[in-house]
Design a protein around this ligand. Structure first.
Ligand code: 5GP
Ligand code: ZN
Length: 116
């Protein structure tokens, strides 16, 4: 399991930085985004450090993407959104600001949720 000592998401996994846990197993960690685009905005990350989609091996990708439906259902149950967007940013020009692969789960509540 690769760990980057300078990576904030690796520090979240190791509990050096606190986070609001949504889901966890051997390979994956999910937690609320510190800056909630909408209520319940969650990030799902592999526990092994990998910078972005290009540097991710198939096994890590399989483990990560396989857990997304479970996390999405947990968010759906907890927050009762009427829709949900999945988003993955790779490289700075595409909006990536933390260089540890992550999938955003963004619950939607209608036009008034402010995320368009
Ligand atoms: P990106 O812009 O790389 O796709 O998404 C990174 C996300 O990580 C941002 O939405 C940002 O709010 C979130 N984030 C950055 N630092 C922290 C942190 O320390 N804790 C949590 N929970 N989220 C963070
Ligand atoms: Zn990392």
């Amino acid at each position: 399991m690769s760990h980057d000592k300078d990576c904030i998401f690796c520090k979240i996994i190791s509990r050096d930085i606190p986070s609001a846990k949504v889901y966890e197993d051997e390979e994956v960690y999910a937690f609320l985004d510190i800056s909630q685009v909408t209520k319940g905005h969650t990030l799902v990350i592999p526990k092994t450090h990998t910078q972005d989609i290009y540097s991710t091996d198939e096994q890590t990708a399989e483990q990560l993407f396989a857990r997304v439906p479970k996390v999405a259902k947990a968010i759906k149950t907890a927050f009762q959104p009427i829709g949900m967007n999945l988003l993955n940013n790779n490289e700075e020009p595409a909006g990536q600001s933390v260089f540890h692969l992550h999938i955003h789960l963004i619950p939607r509540y209608g036009k008034e949720d402010g995320f368009n």
